[in-house]
Each structure stands twice: as structure tokens, then as C-alpha cells.
Write a protein that binds this ligand. Structure first.
Ligand SMILES: [Zn+2]
Length: 352
């Protein structure tokens, strides 16, 4: 069995504060004198009966963590550590998702907040040998006009390389807000060449995946796993070439599925969907990127060839340049290639 931490892959679903390690959160909390719930620091904050998981507990904990991020230095640290952790797990391309709104008050507005993240992404790319690009995400629980403002801001920094904005997302509680109200924001983003990458099909089922497809015309859907509940919707996802950012540990942490075995990873792949595994929020779900690939191997029975296909899917679904993608895909081929025969160590020793 090959080492999954050496499998080159793209990480397309990781949130800014949610990418923190528990140790770093503890540091930030101490430095800022902020009290955070003990459950956030014990390494398994969502370890409760399945009936008590769910969105509101998650959101409360995420907000508590976010309250520890209060300066440019904190923001730069998050990007740098996310890049370092990803690179150590074989990620060659990270598209980190950030809603700058919550950090804006500490750095003078949403524009500086975005520019700090982009600058940090560029620096982290060079420091850790990984491409770090940014997805700017609006929130469902804020006014759709805020989303348009963010889309216009994101459009100013549109590109495909490290330190550029590659996508526009829509996050927070899927059950909040009207999806069609965000149509205009996504049009602004798409017109600027950004990938449309809203969340959907996580807390709501396939009907909402259809709404997301129709209203937001996504290139990728964050989660989208519940498209598997309706073959016609899953067909539409596949036919439209819409990639799914599947985050098994997150699904279990939020009680979308009772256990990793119930995440329909195999069904989605077998249906022909482009799947990119992601960690979503390692801080809250206690597992990072390689853990998702390990789960595909150990729980869903993916062999090395199938795991390489998952990695290829993630790279193809990324917004990396054609040149970068070709190099990344070649590296996947090299990971999967049979080991070269080693010269016989004892050759020539027989006569001794
Ligand atoms: Zn997410």
C-alpha cells in the first residue's frame, strides 16, 4: 500500500479559521485573552451523541474560534499553517475559502482583509512548495447585497495562480436565506472568470441541489453528497460536469450521516461524478485531508488506482493553470507507478 501523504492531490474545501490546529487555537486564545469552550480544545469538539450534533453546535464553536482571530498577524499565521499542513499531506494545490467579513473590523475593512489573505497565500506558496489560491465566500445568513459586494471585491483579484482569487463561494447554514437571492452575486463572480463554488446538498437534500444548479450555475458544489438521493439530480450534476467537494469527516461531525461508511462516496464515484475530497474544518472535525483518503481506502475499499483517480479528480476540478495541472497529474502517475526494481544488494559479494 502506497503512502497517501505522498499522493499529490488538490484540496478544494477548507475554511479559513476551521483549518487551524487545536494547538494554534489555544495559542491565539491565550495571546488574546479570549476564553473558548473547553470542548474546542480537547481535540474532539463534536464528540456527542449523534442526536446532539448538528449545525447550531458547530456554528457556535466555529464562532468562538473565529473570535480568537484579531489581527493581520493572526490571519497570516492561519494561511501559513494551513499551507504547511497541506503540503505535509501531499496537497499540491490548496484553494482556501475565506469570508473576510468577520476579520475586516481588525484590519480596516474587507478589502485589506482580502489583500492580507492573498499576500499571505503568495508567501505561503513560496515557503511550502504548494499553490495556495483563495476562494472568497459570502454567507447565507447575511444580506444578498453583501454577497454582491464580496463578489465584486473578489473579481478584482481574479486569477488562477498562488495568491489570487479563483472562486466565489456561499457558506453557512444551507437552510438559511433564499438561494435565488444570491444569483446576481454569482453572475458577477462568473463574469469575472471565477469558479462558482457554493455549498449545497449537505443539510438539505437533492431538491436543493437542483435549486443550486439552476440558480447559481456552480462549477463545483461544496458537499453535494445528498445529490445521491435522487438519480435524476445526480445525473444532472454529472452531465453538467459539476465537481463535488466531498468531506466525509464533516458529514459525520454534523450528523448528515451517522458514520463514514454511510457517506455515499462510492455511489457518487460510480455514477461518474467528479469528486474532490476535503477536510472542511479540521479544527472542528478532528481530521485533516489525508484522513479523508484513508477513509476512502479503509472504509470504502478504494484501492491505490482508485485513490489516484480521486486525486486526479481533485486536481482537474481545481482552478490551477493547465501547465500546473499537467505537472500535478504526472506526479500522481509517478505515485501509482510500480516501484523500480532495486539493484540486488548482494551482487558481487558471493566470492567474499
Ligand atoms: Zn464547508
Amino acid at each position: 500500500m502506497r503512502d497517501l501523504a505522498r499522493l499529490p492531490k488538490a484540496h478544494l474545501h477548507l475554511h479559513f479559521t476551521g483549518s487551524l490546529s487545536v494547538d494554534s487555537l489555544r495559542d491565539l486564545a491565550q495571546a488574546r485573552g479570549v476564553r473558548v469552550p473547553a470542548s474546542l480544545l480537547d481535540g474532539d469538539p463534536l464528540r456527542v451523541p449523534a442526536t446532539q450534533r448538528g449545525w447550531f453546535r458547530f456554528q457556535r464553536l466555529y464562532d468562538a474560534a473565529r473570535a480568537c482571530v484579531r489581527s493581520e498577524a493572526d490571519m497570516r499565521r492561519i494561511v501559513d499553517e494551513a499551507a504547511a499542513a497541506d503540503a505535509a499531506e501531499g496537497s499540491v494545490r490548496l484553494e482556501l475559502q475565506v469570508d473576510p467579513t468577520s476579520y475586516a473590523p481588525f484590519v480596516g475593512g474587507i478589502t485589506p482583509a482580502v489583500e492580507i489573505v492573498l499576500d499571505a497565500a503568495k508567501a505561503a506558496s513560496a515557503a511550502h512548495g504548494i499553490e495556495v489560491a483563495i476562494v472568497v465566500a459570502a454567507s447565507r445568513i447575511r444580506h444578498p447585497l453583501d454577497a454582491r459586494t464580496l463578489a465584486r471585491l473578489a473579481a478584482r483579484y481574479a486569477g488562477e495562480g498562488p495568491g489570487e482569487v479563483v472562486g466565489f463561494g456561499l457558506s453557512n447554514d444551507e437552510r438559511s436565506g433564499r438561494t435565488d437571492a444570491f444569483r446576481a452575486a454569482f453572475r458577477i463572480a462568473r463574469d469575472a472568470g471565477l469558479a462558482a463554488v457554493p455549498h449545497g446538498g449537505e443539510l438539505l437534500g437533492p431538491d436543493h441541489v437542483s435549486v443550486v444548479l439552476d440558480e447559481l450555475r456552480p462549477d463545483r458544489i461544496g458537499h453535494g453528497v445528498r445529490a445521491s438521493e435522487d438519480p435524476a439530480v445526480l445525473d444532472a450534476v454529472v452531465a453538467g460536469g459539476v465537481a463535488l467537494e466531498v468531506c466525509p469527516a464533516s458529514n459525520v461531525g454534523l450528523g448528515v450521516y451517522p458514520e463514514v461508511a454511510a457517506v455515499p462516496l462510492r455511489a457518487l464515484v460510480d455514477a461518474g461524478a467528479t469528486v474532490a475530497l476535503g477536510a472542511d474544518d479540521p479544527l472542528l472535525f478532528g481530521s485533516r485531508l489525508v484522513d479523508q483518503y484513508e477513509a476512502a481506502r479503509t472504509v470504502h475499499g478504494f484501492d491505490d488506482a482508485a485513490l489516484a483517480d480521486l486525486a486526479r479528480s481533485s486536481i482537474r476540478a481545481s482552478r490551477a493553470s493547465a501547465t500546473s495541472k499537467a505537472a500535478m497529474l504526472a506526479a500522481v502517475d509517478a505515485w501509482l507507478a510500480p516501484p523500480r526494481p532495486q539493484p540486488f544488494a548482494g551482487a558481487g559479494r558471493e566470492g567474499l
